[in-house]
Design a binder for this molecule. Sequence first.
Ligand code: SF4
Length: 352
Amino acid sequence: MTRPLTRIQLSVILTDACNMRCAYCTTAKRPVWIPAAYIDRILALLDTAPPVPLDVNFHGGEPTLAWPMVVRLAEGLAVLRSTRRLSLNMCTNGTHLDRSRAAFLAAHGFDVRVSIDGRRRTHTRFRQPRPQEGIQAEALFSATLAGLDALRAAGVTVAANMVVTPDTVHDLLSNAVFLVRRGLVHLVVSPVVGMPWKDRDLLALDAQLSGLVPLWRRWMSRRAPHQVEDLRRSILSEIDRATYCIGERMNQPDARVLVIGPDGRIFGDEPDVRSEKALVVGHLDDCRDLTRLPAPPRTAFQLMFDREFYPPHVLRDVRRTHRLLRRHMRHLLRELFGETAPGPPASPAPAP
Ligand code: SF4
């Protein structure tokens, strides 16, 4: 029996290019840019799609490098707002955001996730500029902070995407304090994928995450109820995200999840096939209905980031780190809000 479609989740990769070369990045940084004609094609397809809630992620590479396409897509989508619930999201390194761009994102209701790992020393450890940019990592860090501040000043809902590695895990808590003092409430702690997590690294991650309870408790004592509610929602969102990364939750079963590449290929979300080609479920050039593309039988996490698949030992690390993360987020929810999230018991430890 076919389930009714209740949501469309679309990630549009505006470019594969990026001005940075983060050591842990798995995104293919090809100099490929989505043409305006494909943006218009996406808008036309969405216009004729069922008026179910629509989540659109503006992705890259670094999506702000394709700023005219950000504007074209966002303005086109704004027209659809009258017929359905629309949520716009962007993941960016923030280095190409200024006041006017931040104001545009605010006016269009974007939720923005900025890739910032914490203080300068941690951030620049792995986040490096593309050599051709002729800029130092420290200067790019300052640009990220400036972008972050512009977003906050414009009133955009911002989350920090903090990549944590075995090398930087000991500074997780102090980096969290740095970001919270900068006004961030939603910290997306992302244990790095692809660097080996040894048992001692997991113990360090465990110890650092334990410090979040007193950190947020102090923070809550000085905040307004709506800010505290933002924190509660962000913790729930992190529990959900960790569950997804562990592989215990598929994308919402009634949602149509699609990723559109800058070359017009439309990807499904399928873990069992091993090549990018096998993930292609269509092409913008000949697609007539986004909701009628062949649906892969299962979903995979992080396809939108890397469009490649992980070997078993990497998947094992992803699961171990995210189980630990989820346990701490559930513990945080219980300690701060007295709530029990669905799933396994919430206890802060032991590390796996
Ligand atoms: S992680 Fe993001 S900012 Fe860093 S190189 Fe990859 S796409 Fe660019």
